[in-house]
Design a protein around this ligand. Structure first.
Ligand SMILES: NC(=O)c1ccc[n+]([C@@H]2O[C@H](COP(=O)([O-])OP(=O)(O)OC[C@H]3O[C@@H](n4cnc5c(N)ncnc54)[C@H](OP(=O)(O)O)[C@@H]3O)[C@@H](O)[C@H]2O)c1
Length: 377
C-alpha cells in the first residue's frame, strides 16, 4: 500500500511527527505530555471532522478497514456522542468551540482540531452544510490536506462528485471529493445500472423524504406533507453531477417519518426490457437489495426491522432497497420504488472515496473490500 500514499505525511510514523509538535501551553489545553497519537506507516491515516449522524458512522467504518487507521474525530461540544466515542477508545480532538465543555465534562482530549489535521493523510469532513467549505479554505487548502466532503456542500467544493460504483476512477488521486447526498446516492446506484443495461433517455422521479433523522427532536414536519417548492428539486441536477448524460427531473416532498426516504422513479428506456430483466439487473447490482411483499417487507418500518435482524451496526441498511413488486414496465417506461436509509447509505461511499483519493486504482477491489466490512454485496 506504500505506493498509495501521495502528498502529505506518507511513510512518516506518528511517533516522529508527534515529537515535532509544539507542546501546548496554558493558554490552550493543559497538556503535560506529548500527543499520544501513534500511527502505522502502512495504513491510510484518517481523521473525521464532525461526529454527528454521518461522522460517527464513517469513523466506525474506517476502523473496520484493514488498510485504514482512524487517528481521531473532532469534538465540537459535549454530548452523549463524545461519551460514546471515548468509551470506544476513539481519540477526540477538540475544536475551539468544544474544548471547554469537553474538559468540564471530563472527556479526555487528545489534542486540538488543528493537531488532528497535522497527523492524518486525509480528512473526512462530516460537518453541517457550508462548514465544510469554510474548513477547506481555512485549514485544508493551506495544508494541502486531502478531504472528502458530504452532500450538503455544493458540488463546486470538490473536483469530483462521487458514487463509487458509478465513477470511482474519476476520484483516483484527487485532493477534494464530494460524496453526494443520500438521495442522490440512491438515485445514482440504480439509475447507473439501468442506464448501462438499457440506456435511459429521461428520468422523472419523486423523492418522499423523511422529515428528520430518528435522534433529531428539532426538525419536522410532525403532521404535514411539505412540498419542495422548486422545480426541479435539487436532487435531479445533483444526480447529473455524476451521471452526466442522464437527464433527471425530480420533485420532492417531506413527510412525518424519520426512518427512510422513498423514491418513485420513472425511467424512459432506450431499449426494450421486461420486468424480469430489470429484476435480474437489480439483483446483481452492488449495494442494491431486492425486498419483497412475500417476505412481509411492505414498508420502511419493516426494512429497518430487517436491518436490525441482520445484526447490522446501529440497525443500518446501507443498500438501496427496491421492492420487487414495485417494478413495472409500460412500453419503454420503467417504474420502480426504492427506499433509502439516509443515515447509512453514503458511508461505504466515503470509504471508497478515501481509497481512490489515496491512489488505490482498483475500483472493483475497493468496493469489494468495503462491502465485506459492511456485510453486504
Ligand atoms: N443526516 C443525513 O441523513 C445525511 C445523509 C447524507 C449526507 N448528509 C450530509 O452529511 C453532512 C453532515 O450531516 P449530519 O446529518 O451528519 O449532521 P449532524 O448530525 O448535525 O452532525 C454534524 C456534526 O458536525 C459537528 N460540527 C458542527 N460545526 C462544526 C465545526 N465548525 N467544526 C467541527 N465540527 C462541527 C457537529 O458537532 P456539534 O453538534 O457538537 O456542534 C456534529 O457532530 C451534511 O453535509 C449533510 O448534508 C447527511
Amino acid at each position: 500500500m506504500a505506493e498509495m500514499r501521495r502528498g502529505r505525511p506518507c511513510g512518516v510514523t506518528y511517533s516522529s511527527r508527534s515529537e515535532r509538535l509544539p507542546r501546548l501551553c496554558c493558554c490552550s489545553f493543559q497538556y503535560s505530555k506529548k500527543l499520544s497519537v501513534m500511527g502505522d506507516a502502512k495504513m491510510i491515516k484518517v481523521g473525521v471532522v464532525g461526529y454527528g449522524t454521518i461522522g460517527k458512522r464513517v469513523a466506525d467504518a474506517v476502523r473496520k478497514q484493514s488498510d485504514m487507521q482512524l487517528i481521531g474525530v473532532t469534538g465540537n461540544s459535549y454530548s452523549f456522542r463524545m461519551d460514546a466515542a471515548h468509551e470506544k477508545n476513539i481519540s477526540i480532538f477538540a475544536t475551539e468551540e468544544g474544548k471547554a465543555a469537553l474538559e468540564k465534562n471530563g472527556v479526555p482530549v487528545a489534542g486540538t482540531f488543528e493537531q488532528l489535521l497535522d497527523h492524518v493523510d486525509i480528512i473526512v469532513d462530516c460537518t453541517p452544510k457550508k462548514v465544510g467549505k469554510e474548513h477547506k479554505e481555512k485549514y485544508y487548502l493551506p495544508r494541502k490536506l486531502k478531504a472528502v466532503f458530504q452532500g450538503g456542500e455544493k458540488p463546486s467544493i470538490a473536483q469530483v462528485s462521487f458514487t463509487a460504483q458509478c465513477n470511482y476512477n474519476d476520484a483516483i488521486n484527487k485532493d477534494y471529493v464530494r460524496v453526494v447526498s443520500c438521495n442522490t446516492t440512491g438515485l445514482n446506484r440504480t439509475l447507473d445500472a439501468v442506464h448501462r443495461a438499457f440506456g435511459v433517455s429521461a428520468v422523472h422521479a419523486t423523492m418522499i423524504r423523511r422529515g428528520a433523522d430518528p435522534w433529531d427532536i428539532r426538525h419536522g414536519p410532525m403532521n404535514a406533507i411539505v412540498p419542495v417548492l422548486e422545480m426541479p428539486s435539487h436532487h435531479g441536477p445533483d444526480v447529473m453531477t455524476v451521471l452526466k448524460d442522464v437527464p433527471v427531473f425530480t420533485t420532492a416532498v417531506s413527510v412525518s417519518t424519520s426512518l427512510m426516504h422513498v423514491h418513485n422513479i420513472i425511467a424512459d428506456l432506450k431499449t426494450e426490457a421486461t420486468v424480469q430483466d430489470v429484476l435480474h439487473l437489480f439483483q446483481k447490482t452492488t449495494r442494491v437489495r431486492i425486498v419483497t411483499n412475500d417476505a412481509w417487507i411492505r414498508s420502511t418500518a419493516e426494512i429497518m426491522e430487517y436491518a436490525r435482524d441482520l445484526g447490522r451496526d446501529r440497525g443500518d441498511m446501507p443498500e438501496i432497497c427496491i421492492w420487487k413488486e414495485g417494478i413495472g414496465i409500460v412500453g419503454h417506461k420503467l417504474f420502480y420504488m426504492q427506499a433509502i436509509h439516509q443515515e447509512s447509505n453514503v458511508i461505504p461511499e466515503n470509504i471508497d472515496a478515501i481509497r481512490a483519493m489515496m491512489g488505490f486504482t482498483d475500483a472493483k477491489k475497493s468496493i469489494e473490500m468495503t462491502n465485506k466490512s459492511f456485510g453486504m454485496r
